[in-house]
Structure formats: C-alpha cells, structure tokens
Design a protein around this ligand. Structure first.
Ligand code: FES
Length: 166
C-alpha cells in the first residue's frame, strides 16, 4: 500500500470502501474523476493520503491528481463543516448589501470564504446567482435558503444551528 499510516487505515472502514472502489476503476481510462468523486463522498473531502493512494492505484502522476482536484470547484482539499454557508455575491445580491452581510458572517464565524470554523460546524463560501434574486441578498445554509438578509440577522441565524448541536 506504501502509506505510512496503513495501520490506522486498517481500523477505518472508509479506507476499505476506497480500496473497493479503486479495485473497480484500476486500469480503466478516464477513471480519475469518478475515483475522486467517490473518495470525496466517502471522506467528505480529499485528504492528501487519499490522493496519493488514488495516484498509485490508477497509475497516474500525483501532480495530475492534484491538478484535477484543484481545478474543479466541487472537489475540496480541506475538511468541510457540517453546514456549508453559501452567500450569493451575484449582482442583485451585491447591490442589496451582500458585501456587508459577508463582513457580518466573517466576523461572527471568525473565518474567511473557503475556510471552516474550528468547531467544524460551518464552512463559508461565496456563490454566483442562486436564482432567488427577488429575495436579495440571499444565502443558503445546508439545504435552507435565507433571503432579505441584513448583517443584524446573521447572529440569530447562526445561533439556530449552534443550538441544534448544543
Ligand atoms: S444575484 Fe443573488 S440570488 Fe440572484
């Protein structure tokens, strides 16, 4: 297997599922993207040791694996929080104050877009138009949509999720 952490992996069933998927794809052309997808489904993101293992199993260069993983925005190289916040920075949202809402989110979460809170609860991202411009400014938290946002509404919205976990 060639991985220094093979012993830990033996007790982690996620690595067994990864191995099963890789067995299916080894030797098939065009297997890299589906393999990365599967790995992200299993782990929630693409840890470095997983990318090394995928390169080895599919016989592609590690640089190529990194290249693909960083090119497509649906792949994440960092762990994501339990709830992903997507704040729209499309035109309608922007002119209605999305930048101030973003500043309020950054302050309340103490992170910047692309980062995850220390407690692993929230990841923050900015998005293009979410197709709900009539509600601008808009953000999603997981599957839920919040519109007509103001900076003052942010602490209350975040508190709902924090309370769920308390
Ligand atoms: S611009 Fe934000 S929802 Fe359309």
């Amino acid at each position: 297997m060639g991985c220094a952490c093979a012993r830990d992996h033996a007790t982690d069933e996620r690595y067994e599922r990864l191995e099963a998927a890789l067995k299916e794809w080894a030797g098939r052309p065009g297997a890299l993207i589906p393999a990365l997808h599967r790995a992200q489904q299993i782990f929630g993101y693409l840890p470095e040791d997983v990318m090394i293992r995928i390169a080895e199993a599919l016989d592609v260069r590690l640089a190529e694996v990194y290249g693909v993983a960083t090119f497509y925005s649906f792949f994440s190289l960092k762990p994501r929080g339990k709830y992903t916040i997507g704040l729209c920075l499309g035109t309608a949202c922007y002119v209605n104050g999305a930048a101030e809402v973003l500043a309020a989110l950054e302050e309340a979460l103490a992170i910047r877009p692309g980062e995850t809170t220390k407690d692993g609860l929230f990841s923050l991202s900015v998005t293009r138009c979410l197709g709900a411009c009539g509600l601008a400014p808009v953000m999603t938290v997981g599957e839920e949509v919040y519109g007509r946002l103001t900076p003052a509404k942010i602490p209350g919205i975040l508190a709902r999720y924090r309370e769920k976990e308390a």
